[in-house]
Design a protein around this ligand. Sequence first.
Ligand code: XMP
Length: 435
Amino acid sequence: MKQDMIVILDLGSEKNTVVARAIRALGVYSEIYPHDVTVRELESLYNLKGIVLNGGPNHIVDGVDIDVDHEIYHIGVPVIAAGFAKAGCTVNLPQFGDDVEAVKKALKSFVFDTCKAEANWNMENFISDQVELIKKQVGNKKVLLALSGGVDSSVVAAMLLKAIGNQLVCVHVNHGLMRKNESEKVVEVFKNQLNANLIYVDAVDRFLNKLSGVSDPEQKRKIIGSEFIRVFEEEARKLDGIEFLGQGTIYPDIVESGTKTAKIVKSHHNVGGLPKDLQFALVEPLKQLFKDEVRACGVALGLPDEMVYRQPFPGPGLGVRCLGAITRDRLEAVRESDAILREEFHNAGLDKKVWQYFTLIPDFKSVGVKNNARCFEWPVIIRAVNTVDAMTATVEPLDWSVLSKVTDRILKEVKNVNRVLYDMSPKPCATIEWE
Ligand code: XMP
């Protein structure tokens, strides 16, 4: 590893990731470790330049009063106390939350003046480090990757491709619940442009048959999840010599922040549910990155912006936006109306501003009139929300002109639809998705 590193020891603070991000923003790499990390483990970290003890208000983790091993004061790097840490170190950071600028200034002085760290954390170094590590881990073996086309799996694919070329085998399962042209784009970018070894599986009929007549949302989600594992497993069994599974685990998946349980959670949530005889060792080259760093990594690896700056998309895809029992006509109408919404948001510059936006279709019809004749067709509902962490969300106050344009186009271009509605409900009490 080429980068200098500052370690944050979690003594029950809620601000671990805030501190980690503030240090990374200075161009210095930073990782969070649990309070009971061993001195030996810390000593083994290459280029460790300093330690931040980050304490919560009552020094309690999992109900136990905690302290760090006092040996850490003697391992030869500066130690600073932040938050509420009661510590044997001489320097104390001001509280985050009181005066953010003052904390940042103090952190900066600690990192550069006290620890003498170098600002050498950047994507170029990160990528070259990871490429080296992947080569070392994988050797001449093969890595299998489920490539959904989402940000994380796409960036992992690009990284592995750079490291091991055609020792990477990507499997893209088209379950029929992708957005318009999404599967085509995965094939175009990875197979045609980047020459990846990509197996494209058309499982559309298989998924839609399984889902036929199933209206319970949880049941639908379960079927989509387990069928995905089954298809992936079948493909994996056809391949020889695979020893590793690529995985788009990212840093927030690993570090759970929170006063009580801020621990390193081992990354065992692989393409969960694979049978015992199909267990692979994991390759997780993004596991140290925050989401925005994953995107920057994707850009640095040459992926197109539309792949890297995608809005979040649920695993079960359009399946949870075609409410109730999925039918092909409604699924097509969701897909087409969603494509129109995305195009018009792009034209209006809203794609850079709004966090998540999509359409959905409920499973009831209403009476309308088309070409002077009565019709009985589906409504399309538009959802456009802003949020920081998806736990709460507000509704985007869309311009009337955008709503009218989208409505006109959906009513003209999408079959079997005679109404367009805008969902005005914040979360809570609504959720972002309807199912
Ligand atoms: P809700 O509907 O719970 O959604 O307010 C919060 C965020 O999570 C996304 N979402 C999912 N993402 N797999 C995912 O990867 C899923 O099964 C899933 N369900 C919901 C949703 O789109 C929103 O951004």
